[in-house]
Structure formats: structure tokens, C-alpha cells
Design a protein around this ligand. Sequence first.
Ligand SMILES: Nc1ncnc2c1ncn2[C@@H]1O[C@H](COP(=O)(O)OP(=O)(O)OP(=O)(O)O)[C@@H](O)[C@H]1O
Length: 592
Amino acid sequence: MNSEKVSSFKESYKTTLNIAGKSSNLVKRSFLYFIIAYIFQGIAFALFFPLLNNIFQIEFNLKETLFWLGAICIFSLCSFFFRWLGSNFQYSKEIVQITHNLRVKLGEKIKTMPLQSLYRYRTGELNSILAQNVDESILHMGIVSGMFFEVAIVPLVIIIATFFIDPSMAIALLIAFPFAIPIYNWSRKKTKWDKTEGIKAHANLEADTIEYIQGLPILRAVNQVGENAQNLQKSIANLREVQKKGLFASTFPMIIMNTLIEFLFLFILVLGSIYITKGEFSIGALIALLIILGRLSEPLANFLAVASVLDIMEASFKNIQKLLEVKEFFVKEPKQRPKEFNINFENVDFAYEGNTKNSLENLSLEIKDKSLTAIVGPSGSGKTTITKLIMRYDDPQKGVVKIGGVDIRKMKQTTLMSYISVVFQDVYLFDDTILNNIRMGKPNASDEEVLVASKAAFCHEFVSRLPHGYETKVGEIGGSLSGGERQRISIVRAILKDAPIVILDEPTSALDTESEVAVQNALDKLIKNKTVIVIAHRLSTISHADNILVVEDGQIKEYGTHQELIEKKEKYYSMFQAQQRVKEWDVKSNIE
Ligand SMILES: Nc1ncnc2c1ncn2[C@@H]1O[C@H](COP(=O)(O)OP(=O)(O)OP(=O)(O)O)[C@@H](O)[C@H]1O
């Protein structure tokens, strides 16, 4: 093993203990038992020398033979006993618990990590870390740890023990190593690349498959099913190439190693026979040497297979480690809770990771408590970014965002999010009952509370018409819920949550007039006495807002009520005029 491999195994070991948490002592103990077990096994094999030497002596000595046989039996039994103890974490199912704990830990990480960091991952990648990499690291560790100690320790002990019995025989056994070590190093270099690339290729294929399936309805609609499968096809082809190279990289060194071992057998047989004819070696010693060599050849051949599993574990560990190391939001001390819910941005600069241009530029604004504020502006001007920063999507590079005068970095993420409800344009419904989808807003809400909120958001009527009412599974009714109905379910969630701040991200812009009226009525119930921020494209829908912020190039260009901004005759006025002209033109063309 070269130094890099040793240190990577050490790292994997450290990560394993870290992940094992409370069970780390069990893992340590198991490893120690394996080490003891294989030391005993190595000694038991080395004792074949005196045993066979004794059997093939001209004057057979039963007492001595029985002694060596007994010693071998005792060492073998001890080895069995310690192996049994070492495997304890497997049959006590502790390894499954450790795997489970790691999954929960990663799940928690995904739940709490900054969204900016989360979006750096593709859905499929995260899926593959949680589903595949966790098993490949921990479960494999459980399975191969015994094998690893066997292949590493047994040959070493046999050779050391043989040195004490007959140094010339030990040297004969060592003949294989000058050949085996370079083969091993060469093989690991090859398989290491292949395993890392293999894991990447699998993760990419998974991510592309998920994206392709998610986009399939749109691709079908535009008749681009084949053309847009290019990424998926590339990932499939890439996996094929990696697997091809991988198979060659792992089987070729194994064939060479097995051949080397066969040659070693022949070599020792020929050498031993020559020494026997010269009278320098007994037949018993040669038979013992061949038996031990047979025992030694198994770990030597297995070493490559075990090493290749270690490579998979190492690559999986790296992915897991990377995810675990994603920085969490630090919470500034002393933690504080706001008493009011006005929102302030003070000289905020914010650029998305990898962007050289700021999306928000020295932006300051005030949103009054229990007011309705609309944010308008051209596409890409920074409207959504403002709302993202209120939810601490990431921290601004400069400036501060405050709620009720409290820097939001002084609030725990869960506390901050308990103050905010969001209604998006696209509503995601989980594959669960309508009731549970609604309850997400307040998990401990009683049936009565759900019913009241559902009636307030004009949901009750259409939910009652569903085959099993509130118990209808979203999967059962497929896509038969309209956009407006989905919107209203998300509004019931928000009503139940009853957060003091409500962010509406153009919730009605994609709806037909009838749905829009229903959703608007539901929204009116939701936003009463709340600090409301609405992102709007259609200016006619926000004319009643208490304040309108006009954003352009990441800055507030003007603000005021609809009337004030119209009278000002600047940006808002021209945007409003332009929309009015489009409306009139629409009406005219409908009449014609
Ligand atoms: N995740 C992201 N990574 C990098 N750049 C981003 C990201 N999200 C937004 N941007 C960039 O930040 C700027 C502001 O985007 P933002 O989404 O806030 O605009 P918007 O006014 O809400 O636009 P729209 O009305 O089209 O939704 C744009 O230049 C956009 O390209």
C-alpha cells in the first residue's frame, strides 16, 4: 500500500467512527477483534510447519504430533471466537442502524443547508448519495472490514511466524512480494480512477434520468422527446465507457496476480524438490510450505478484490463527507426574536455564487408591519432575489436584512421560517392524502382547524367532490387538480401556518379568470393583518398596495402608492401605460 492509500483508509476509518457516533466504540472493538482473530489464524497456519515436519519424520512421534494438532485447534478456535465477536456489528444489526443514522444525518443536512448550496446539487446526485453512497460506504465497510483484516494480517503473521520456525522458508514465501506489490499498486491506481468515475457516472445518469422524466410532458408537447434525450444518452454512453474500462482495469491485474501465484507454487515445488534431493529439506517441510502457500495465495488474490471495494467506499465516503461539510448558517449571538414584522434591507449587495455581477446593488428598502407591499420590475431585475434573502437563501455579501429590527442572522433558520408563509406560482403537492398535504402548514392541526381553513380558502367544495374527500391520495387523481385548485391547497397550508409575513410569488398570474377570482378571494383571507410582499407582473392587480417598490438592475428605482407613482410619470408610469396598451390591444383583437 502506498502512503496515499494508507491515509485514505485512515480517513475512511475516521469518517466511519464519526458517522458511527454512539456506536463508534462497537466499531473500534469489532476491528480490534478482527485483528486478534486473524493473528490467531496466521499462527494456526504457521504451526502446520512443525506439524507436518513431525508427521513426515522417519520416526513418527505421536505425542508431538498431537501437541501441534492441539495447538492448531486451539488457535483456530480462538480465531473463530474473535471473528464471531468482530462480526457482532453485523448480526446485532448495528451496522444497519449506523447506516440509518447516516441517512438521517444527511437528510437533516439537506433540510437545513443554505438553499444556495443545495441548488448546487442536482436532484439525482443527492438521491444517489443518500441511496447508493451510504450503502456503499457503511454497509460495505461492515462486510469487507473482516476480509480486509484477513488479507492484510494473515500473510504477515504467517511470514513472521515462519521466520521463527525456519528463516529460509520465510524467505521462500517472501519471493512473491516483490512482484505482488507493484501489481497491487498498479491495479489500485487503475481501479481507483474507475471507481470514482463509476460513481460519478452513475450519479449523472440518475440526475439526467430524473430531469428527463420530469421534463417529459413538456418535451412530448413540443415533440422533442428524442432530440432532448441527448444528455441522458450521453450519460448512458459515458457509463458504458467507464464500465468497459473498469472491467478491464479490475480483471486484468487479477489474472496477472493469479498467474504469479501459480508460478510461485511451481517455483517452490521445483526449489523444494531440489533441496529434498540434496537432503537439505524434508518432504514434510515442503508439503507444509505448499499448504501455507495455498493459504497465502487466497488473501493475495483477494487483496485486489477487497482493494477495489475499498476504492468504492473511499469515493462514496468523499461524496458523503463533501455533503456533510457544507457550511450551515451560523446564528449570530445573542439570538433574538422580533416583536414586530416590518422588514428592512440596509445597503445590501448580493451576488449569486459564480456570478461576477451583483443581483442586488446597495439596496435599501423598508416594508412596514402589516402592510401590503408589491415588488415590480422587469424580468431579471432582482424581485425574487429580494424575497429569497428575506428567507435567508444565503447571506448578502454586504449589508443586513432585518425583521422587526432584528438581523435575521440572529434567528435560527427554523425560527425565521416560522414567521414566513410563501405561496408560489407552481404548487408542489406530495404524493400523500389531500389532508396531509394541507396539514404540512401545521402538522398538529386538528381536523376541525383544517376544515375551517379549507372553507376560508374556498377549497372545501372541490375537495368534497373528490372520490375520498380529504383522504384522496394526490397520486390517485393524478394531474386532475387544476392550477387554481392546487393554489388554493397551498393557501390553506399558509392559513393554517398563520405566519405574520406572507410572500406571494405571482400566485395568480398563470390562472384563468375564474380560478383567479377564487384564488384571490382565498388570498384575501390569508393576508389580513399580515406583512405581505407580492411579486407582480400585472400591475393592475396591485393598484391597492400600500407601497409599490420598482426594482431595476438590483436597485429600488422608485416607490410609492399606485396613485403617487402614476402622478410621478416615471418608470412605473411607463410600465403601467405599456400594459394598458397591451390590454386595449387584446380587447380590440378579441372584438375583431
Ligand atoms: N440561482 C441563481 N444563480 C445565478 N444567478 C441567478 C440565480 N437566480 C437569479 N439569478 C440572477 O439574478 C438576477 C436577478 O434574478 P431574479 O430571479 O431575482 O429576477 P426577477 O426580477 O425575479 O426575474 P423574473 O421576473 O424573471 O422572475 C438575474 O440576473 C438572474 O439571472
